[in-house]
Design a protein around this ligand. Structure first.
Ligand SMILES: Cc1cc2nc3c(=O)[nH]c(=O)nc-3n(C[C@H](O)[C@H](O)[C@H](O)COP(=O)(O)OP(=O)(O)OC[C@H]3O[C@@H](n4cnc5c(N)ncnc54)[C@H](O)[C@@H]3O)c2cc1C
Length: 476
């Protein structure tokens, strides 16, 4: 009898050899990696959290195989960790000691685009970018977009309820999911591949699996909503006097463009300067303005909107909100502007080890929040680099702090304690879009009441009574 110590202190009992034999029997040896065949890539994600050695990594090719694997693990009370593209920033996919990892990497491909219904049906292991490209080829737009698009998987995006660059207009992953196929902890397959926007036939079951980071079930397929009429965008990079001006411009642009602003990404000077030096990105505007906004408005014919869009920028300059602005004259220009925002991937490497904050507040409080956090850094952690940016049109701020000193996570914990205290005081959320995973568990109580946590625990017990699915993630 092997007794596995789970990270949160619970125990899962069973016999490792029996579990392996049962998995081999159910799936065949070729789907299983064990021992030295398990490469380092399965042990970590982008959060910097490092997992422990799993018993096996399974790479199923079908929902049926996922179901068989879960039925075996359920029967043996054995922990299972679902893995997507491993770009998560909260440690949700890192394995606990001896767990069975189920990687969705072989379940990839777009199965159907239903043009009449404007839906795309996709296997969960499909890279987001592949799904975006398939939608585009069919004349549609898949509105979910984030910097990790080349590596993250649609299943991982749904399991984390990913946000990204287009939330201001189209919502988060949750708002784009019409249907899901999910395998429960005991192997039961829930086939909820609904294509309808309206479906009030009882509670919205699929919602239970969106944003719950693989703790309630394994997503194997999804039906996503597509948007028509997007062939390009009017795009501008604007330098502003400060955060008040950022909010004024946002409100003005939303009003003049009838709510069609499709991205409103804010970069404070420290971010802009890092992106254009360490990140190696060309600076379309000088680097000494207080704050920059990357704004765009997507449309079927951006040319038609060029005047309207330019008028907004002129107004911002006349009002003294904007100090400078560059309007993209071509697709290449727009890509250059976006490269500034997307260079976060390179910067996470350049400034490693980093802490990546992903907090949200009512938009009106974000400027105040950044000021408070800057004061914390100057007072308690002078000399450590911090960059402020985010999807501010959705109230979402990101802060990257690093490189951290090599002091066994002492500084990391101290910075997190200080930042999340500010988040609690201002009534914000400790996770806007990255999830809780293991990394933010100590701070979940800053944003959730005890009564809410109890309900989440009860829901988990109802669908995974043996607690085998991603144990120790989100909650103990
Ligand atoms: C450069 C960069 C930029 C990023 N930008 C953004 C951004 O703008 N917005 C944003 O929201 N996030 C962003 N992220 C974070 C990350 O890309 C997202 O969280 C993404 O949705 C994770 O997808 P993944 O496939 O990599 O999931 P993984 O990291 O593999 O897993 C994430 C969680 O989902 C679970 N999971 C994975 N697949 C499944 C499945 N099929 N069924 C059930 N559970 C599953 C895992 O157990 C884990 O808990 C960024 C990350 C990087 C590195």
């Amino acid at each position: 009898m092997t007794v596995l110590q789970q990270p949160q202190g619970g125990t899962v009992g069973g016999n490792a050899d029996e579990v392996l034999a049962a998995l081999q029997n159910a799936l065949g040896e070729s789907e299983l990696l064990t021992g030295t065949a398990i490469s380092d890539k399965y042990l970590k994600d982008w959060s910097g959290e490092r997992g422990q050695m799993p018993l096996a990594v399974l790479r199923p090719r079908s929902t049926e195989e996922v179901s068989k694997a879960l039925a075996v693990c359920h029967a043996h009370h054995w922990p299972v960790v679902p893995q997507g593209g491993l770009t998560g920033l909260a440690g949700g996919a890192v394995p606990s000691e001896g767990a069975v990892v189920i990687s969705l990497e072989r379940m990839s491909g777009v199965e159907e685009i239903d043009a009449a219904s404007a839906t795309l049906t996709v296997l969960a292991g499909t890279p987001l970018q592949a799904a975006q490209e398939a939608a585009q080829q069919a004349g549609f737009f898949l509105a979910l977009d984030l910097g990790a698009r080349g590596s993250c998987q649609v299943g991982g995006n749904i399991a984390t309820n990913a946000g990204g660059n287009r939330v201001i207009r189209y919502g988060m992953a949750r708002d784009l999911v019409l249907g899901l196929e999910v395998v429960l902890a005991d192997g039961t397959v829930l086939s909820m591949l609904n294509k309808m926007v309206k479906n009030n036939a009882g509670p919205d079951l699929k919602g239970l699996f969106i944003g719950t980071e693989g703790t309630m079930g394994i997503i194997t397929r999804a039906v996503l909503r597509l948007h028509p009429g997007v062939t390009g965008a009017n795009t501008a990079l604007i330098a502003l006097t400060g955060f008040d001006a950022v909010v004024k411009l946002l409100r003005h642009a939303q009003q003049r463009l009838s709510g069609l602003v499709s991205a409103y990404e804010v970069m404070w000077a420290d971010y802009y300067q890092s992106a254009t030096t360490v990140g190696g990105i060309r600076a379309p505007l000088p680097a000494d303005y207080p704050v920059y906004v990357l704004m765009d408005m997507q449309a079927a014919d951006p040319e038609e909107n060029a005047e309207r869009f330019a008028a907004i920028l002129e107004h911002a300059l006349e009002q003294g909100w904007a100090l400078d602005a560059a309007v993209a004259q071509s697709h290449a220009d727009a890509e250059d502007f976006w490269a500034l925002r997307d260079s976060i991937a390179e910067m996470l490497n350049a400034y490693a080890p980093t802490i990546n904050f992903d907090v949200s507040f009512p938009i009106s409080l974000i400027g105040q929040c950044v000021e408070r956090l800057r004061a914390v850094m100057a007072d308690k952690f002078p000399g450590i680099h911090a960059m402020y940016f985010g999807h501010v049109g959705d109230g979402n701020g990101h802060i990257v702090v690093g490189p951290l000193p090599d002091d066994n996570r002492q500084t990391e914990r101290a910075v997190e304690d200080a930042f999340y205290e500010v988040t609690r005081e201002l009534g914000g959320s400790v996770s806007a879009e990255h999830g809780i995973g293991i990394h933010k568990k100590p701070y979940l109580g800053h944003s959730r009441s005890q009564a809410e946590l109890d309900v989440i625990r009860n829901m988990k017990r109802a669908v995974d009574p043996r607690g085998i699915l991603n144990p120790g993630k989100i909650l103990d």
